[in-house]
Ligand binder design. Structure first.
Ligand code: ADQ
Length: 460
């Protein structure tokens, strides 16, 4: 397939900590096609220029732009992370609607579209990532861009009911229709998106599954994202996680790893662990929880509130259950290098992944990839993580039911080795087969088919 791969995401990949799976997975395709990655630079400047700067990536080019302080507030912290993020995570009650934020959001999308349009070629394959750029294809089309444009929504798609809380709800179908391929994480998300179109006058689902809205025809499909499973497994074997956390040989370790976000269900998870400690029977093994939760979006008030709440709950539980030589909850509020994280997953007897709402949740997959297949740990997974569609062999829990989560911890510790191995084998097969390289390939193949079909139609 010819044409450059053009990627757009809020931030371009940066130097520093090891690149994540997505960057690694897209790398070869970007390099081989002479591709370009567009995104913000991470710099905030008073007079952000209306042109892009060039940053040389590892074999490909990045084109970056700065945000003004007003754009950082209205586009990034405001409309993207205080309106769209809570809306898509079933927390419309946390939406912070400020007059002017939507104008700033659409303004950034229009500004980027204008700068990109000047550089794009007709045979480019443009792949836009996430809710920061929902209207970007519509803005690019307004600039005359005719190339194939794909999108991937990393977070859940809201229900038609929740969507009613968005003042700009009537614009959403048109934004989506400007893409050729609208990718979602799960079947559940596709069902929600199709439901929105079903209730819309003038939209029609065609026999091949694509959707027609006015003069646009496009596809809505699920592409469950994966991880770089082999790299994770390698790192996990090499790192000696158990010695790092200093747990005694007879002590069990539970691990939680999440950005400190209200969607991740951290408060209920801590309470469930507290209930587990309370109901621990006399001869049950001692267990501690290592919760790693790096800060994120700290300038958004809802995030400051969840941090305060977690510190309060952790303090109260530790005060109640600690001994002179033992603290049941270790709460680390910073990022940890990926290799260290991999070792910690492997050292943990239980991976506790209990979001209230999550697009996929890569931590669930990372935990599985990092296990020793001969003596694997147990994954406890929320029924509201997108990953649950691919990982039913985990212990599935309702993150609103603290008692059920506490019971799942007891079940995990009591689980015979044979059952742990059986469950892990099924989970690992999926995680290794459906890794991030396969995800990228599947998505790009689907885009290529759409491009070919459009060319054939134009030639006929
Ligand atoms: P996130 O909400 O960030 O991603 P998740 O999928 O769990 O959620 O990915 C988090 C990543 O950050 C993992 O790779 C994890 O290892 C890493 N991480 C977390 N804590 C860390 C720490 N302390 N130090 C270092 N690394 C840490 C969004 C969506 C998800 C979706 C992904 C990918 O919200 O639902 O799975 O995008 O599409």
């Amino acid at each position: 397939m010819t044409g450059r791969l053009v990627v757009v995401s809020n931030r371009v990949p940066s130097d520093g900590p090891p690149a994540g799976g997505l960057v690694v997975a897209l790398h070869d395709c970007l390099r081989d096609s002479g591709g370009v990655w567009f995104g913000t630079s991470g710099q905030i400047t008073e007079d952000a220029p209306d042109r892009l700067a060039t940053v040389e990536g590892d074999g490909y080019t990045m084109r970056t732009f700065d945000l003004t302080p007003q754009e950082q507030t209205g586009y990034y912290l405001g409309y993207a992370n205080s309106v769209l993020w809570p809306l898509c995570h079933r927390r419309a009650d946390l939406m912070d609607l400020h007059a002017g934020d939507y104008d700033t959001y659409i303004g950034v999308n229009r500004r980027l579209a204008k700068m990109m349009a000047a550089e794009l070629r007709a045979d480019d394959r443009i792949w836009i990532h996430d809710y920061h750029f929902l209207p970007l294809a519509a803005c690019l089309r307004a600039e005359g861009v005719t190339a194939t444009i794909g999108y991937f929504h990393h977070i859940p798609f809201p229900s038609t009911h929740d969507l009613m809380a968005l003042p700009e709800r009537d614009l959403v179908p048109g934004w989506m229709a400007a893409f050729d391929l609208f990718g979602l994480q799960t079947q559940r998300d596709v069902a929600a998106a199709l439901e929105m179109f079903r209730s819309l006058n003038g939209a029609e689902q065609l026999r091949d599954g694509s959707i027609k809205l006015r003069d646009r025809r496009f596809q809505v499909r699920s592409f469950p994202i994966g991880i770089d499973a082999h790299a994770f497994a390698r790192d996990a074997v090499e790192a000696d996680g158990r010695s790092r956390v200093n747990v005694s040989p007879d002590e069990r370790l539970v691990i939680g790893v999440d950005r400190l976000d209200y969607s991740k269900g951290l408060d209920n998870r801590l309470r469930a662990f507290g209930q587990f400690l309370e109901k621990r029977v006399e001869d049950a093994p001692k267990a501690s929880l290592l919760q790693i939760a790096p800060p994120t979006r700290e300038d958004v008030p809802a995030y400051a509130r969840i941090r305060d709440e977690l510190e309060r709950v952790t303090g109260a539980l530790n005060g109640k259950h600690s001994d002179l030589d033992w603290t049941p909850i270790r709460y680390i509020h910073r990022a940890v290098p990926r290799e260290v994280l991999a070792g910690l997953y492997r050292a943990a007897d239980v991976g506790l992944v209990t979001p209230f709402c999550d697009g996929m949740n890569l931590v669930a997959k990372e935990y599985v990839a990092a296990q020793n297949p001969d003596n694997p740990g147990v994954l406890i997974l929320s029924q509201f993580a997108g990953a649950v569609e691919q990982m039913p062999a985990a212990l599935i829990v309702n993150p609103y039911d603290i008692g059920e989560m506490a019971a799942a911890l007891h079940q995990a510790f009591a689980m015979p080795l044979e059952e742990r191995r059986e469950r892990h084998e099924i989970l690992a097969r999926g995680v290794f087969r459906n890794d991030v390289a396969k995800w990228t390939q599947t998505y790009l193949d689907a885009m290529a088919r759409i491009t070919r079909a459009a060319q054939e139609l134009a030639e006929s």
